[in-house]
Ligand binder design. Structure first.
Ligand SMILES: Nc1ncnc2c1ncn2[C@@H]1O[C@H](COP(=O)(O)OP(=O)(O)OP(=O)(O)O)[C@@H](O)[C@H]1O
Length: 321
């Protein structure tokens, strides 16, 4: 199936000469939730802004729903709903008035039944006649989404949808975004909360210093890059790792009551059987054991730090030449 968004060879150098994006190739499939992760200043907003036609690219092409964002700007833009980071609405407008107005901006004929459907989906129907100023922060955020959906876009961009939102509301937002995806909307979100990507995304893209360093199915990513830990609960805490086990990838937790063995999920031989045999020979007993996979956060930190180290190495190489 043709991707809903196709980005080829995209680059952006701002007027001052700063290159914010380079060589970005990315395809977004219809109906997926794609999370774009990256540290501050990595280029996430620049990328979204180009796709939405707010910033002009310096190189490359982007199509949305088959429309070139520069040649067919209006058709491409019509296919997109954008929820920016900042809440910006006319406070004295009613909820209903705001979504109706947003739809009108895209030249769409009125469709009260559709607007009712999205307000109900976003749990805002009861508030349709309320002035925006009377809504809670969470409701205002949902209203921003309703406005972005008002012209029936096929792709929804959410820039940091839950920044500064409390845990409970964040879970509600996640639930709601999944509901949108199930109703056929493709969702692309940027986030600093790795758990958000871990929780919601079908695929993850990591952007660092303007380069897309990785695009991967979330499940594969966690399997491919992740490590696992086997923790043994000890009946008697250990002061230190016994010398006879010193060559193994082991560590103790803070009070010595857990012995933690780290292994690679990809590896054919995890070494667990050997580890347990040697534990027995060392007369170390355990009460309980469990395994844990490394989180997306650990993977992400490794990736970004790894890339930074590589970059610094290159720079120091250049200065030595
Ligand atoms: N109009 C501009 N002129 C010059 N440089 C800019 C402009 N807009 C952004 N930049 C620079 O481009 C880089 C990428 O910025 P961008 O806002 O895309 O990052 P981001 O990944 O969205 O960051 P954050 O997570 O902090 O929102 C930054 O170094 C930023 O300073």
């Amino acid at each position: 199936m043709e991707p809903i968004i196709s980005i080829k060879g995209l680059g952006k150098t701002y007027a001052g000469g700063f290159t914010a994006l380079q060589n970005i190739d990315l395809e977004i499939q219809r109906g997926e939730i794609f999370a774009l992760l990256g540290p501050n200043g990595a280029g996430k907003t620049t990328l979204i802004s180009i796709v939405c036609g707010i910033v002009n690219p310096s190189q490359g092409n982007v199509t949305v729903s088959g429309f070139d964002i520069q040649r067919d700007y209006r058709s491409a833009r019509r296919a997109i709903g954008l929820v920016p980071q900042e809440i910006s609405t006319d406070s004295f407008e009613s909820v209903w008035g705001a979504v109706k107005f947003s739809r009108g901006l895209f030249g769409k004929p009125p469709n009260p039944a559709y607007l009712e459907k999205i307000l109900r989906q976003l749990s805002l129907w009861e508030k349709k006649d309320n002035k925006i100023i009377t809504l809670s922060g969470g409701m205002k955020r949902r209203l921003m989404i309703a406005k972005a959906l008002s012209h029936e876009p096929s792709v929804l961009f959410l820039d940091e949808p839950t920044a500064g939102v409390d845990v409970e509301l964040r879970q509600d937002m996640w639930e709601m975004v999944r509901g949108l995806r199930d109703s056929g909307v493709t969702v692309i979100l940027t986030t600093h909360y790795i758990e958000e990507a871990e929780e919601m995304a079908d695929r993850v893209g990591v952007i660092n210093r303007g380069e897309l360093v990785l695009v991967e199915d979330k499940k594969n990513l966690m399997q491919k890059m992740g490590e696992k830990e086997l923790s043994l609960q000890l009946p008697e805490p250990l002061q230190k790792i016994p010398d006879s086990l010193a060559d193994l990838p082991l560590r103790l937790n803070g009070d010595g009551s857990q012995l933690i063995y780290r292994f690679d999920i990809k590896s054919e031989n995890t070494g667990i059987a050997e580890f347990l045999r040697r534990l027995n020979s060392a007369n170390i007993e355990f009460r309980d054991l469990h395994t844990r996979e490394s989180s997306l956060e650990e993977i992400f930190v490794n990736l970004v730090h790894g890339a930074r180290r590589e970059h610094e190495k290159q720079l120091s190489g250049e200065t030595q030449e």
